[in-house]
Design a protein around this ligand. Structure first.
Ligand SMILES: NC(=O)c1ccc[n+]([C@@H]2O[C@H](COP(=O)([O-])OP(=O)(O)OC[C@H]3O[C@@H](n4cnc5c(N)ncnc54)[C@H](OP(=O)(O)O)[C@@H]3O)[C@@H](O)[C@H]2O)c1
Length: 274
């Protein structure tokens, strides 16, 4: 799998991660556990490391913890979650609960979800980082209306990561946050790479274009992921899936060759005309 560098540390990260919204918000019954274990085993076997969750996603943090503990995979993972509440004490309580749910003493990445009470949580997470409870600090959002706020916060130099929505259907980040993150040396995690199934609805029943074969894309998911991965600012894309076959499909998207600028333009033009 293609690796990308976290600018603030030089650490290398595999370019495909795993989102957990809905996909891991599942019961602890045996069939579900086995299915999610197969997802995680497939993901790590094919080189994946970063898993992104949030206390907003129901049981997802707990499911991640249960599944990696059952498989003994903690050391192979880069665990990311978020704080999504207001107030210092409530933020601390929520982050402590996340560590317990995700069964880890150290959270690799703690992000401020949708910038909720970001001033308060930035100060707390910086302290946690000094105490060794968190390795990296980040901010997130999921729609373009917040990109200007994300970009402004990148200028403070306080954040290692920014997580935002970017896909072949939602390309606003290309003219704002992505170049800013690159200039400021901030790692980028891309959420909603399929606009939460919206992209699949748009291409249902439609054949892949010719340039997909040139790039070795076997599926529309790989076509969409390669478009994102070929932006130089992108560190890791986090498609969510609870389906082992989809996990494999996504992991196999992070292989060379990636499209160059001319092919990217053709991909976007083709998509716009669908
Ligand atoms: N504000 C924030 O911080 C924020 C906001 C939004 C999202 N996020 C993060 O980003 C992650 C991804 O975003 P998202 O969950 O909104 O949507 P998404 O990843 O764009 O789409 C998820 C959907 O794609 C399907 N899928 C995944 N791989 C597929 C494949 N290879 N072929 C066909 N279908 C496939 C999944 O279904 P199956 O389960 O059936 O595969 C699921 O329904 C979230 O899970 C979350 O971790 C963060």
């Amino acid at each position: 799998m293609i690796l990308r560098t976290i600018p603030s540390s030089g650490e290398r990260l595999p370019a495909i991660g795993l989102g957990t919204y809905r996909a891991f918000d599942a019961g602890g019954d045996r069939a579900t556990q086995e299915r999610l274990q197969t997802v995680l085993r497939t993901f790590t076997t094919h080189g994946g490391r970063l898993i992104d969750s949030s206390p907003m996603y129901g049981r997802a943090e707990a499911s991640v913890g249960e599944v990696h503990a059952a498989l003994g995979l903690r050391d192979k993972l880069f665990l990311a979650t978020k704080v999504w509440t207001s107030g210092r004490d409530e933020g601390i309580r929520q982050m402590q609960a996340s560590l317990r749910s995700m069964r880890t003493d150290v959270m690799d990445l703690m992000q401020i979800h949708n910038l909720v009470d970001w001033r308060t949580h930035t100060a707390t997470i910086e302290q946690w980082r000094q105490q060794g409870k968190v390795r990296y600090i980040g901010i997130t959002h999921y729609h373009a209306g917040a990109h200007a706020d994300l970009a402004r916060l990148l200028d403070t130099g306080k954040y290692d990561f920014v997580q935002l929505n970017y896909s072949i259907a939602e390309r606003e980040a290309e003219t704002g946050v992505l170049p800013r993150a690159q200039a400021k040396g901030v790692a980028v995690i891309v959420n909603r790479p399929f606009a939460q199934n919206g992209l699949f609805a748009r291409v249902r029943g439609k054949a892949l274009p010719g340039c997909a074969a040139e790039l070795g894309c076997q599926s529309w998911a790989q076509f969409f992921l390669r478009y994102i991965l070929s932006h130089p600012a992108v560190t890791c894309v986090i498609p969510a899936t609870g389906n082992p076959a989809h996990a494999l499909d996504c992991c196999e998207a992070a292989l060379e060759p990636l499209p160059d600028d001319a092919v990217r333009r053709r991909m976007a033009r083709h998509f716009d005309q669908l």
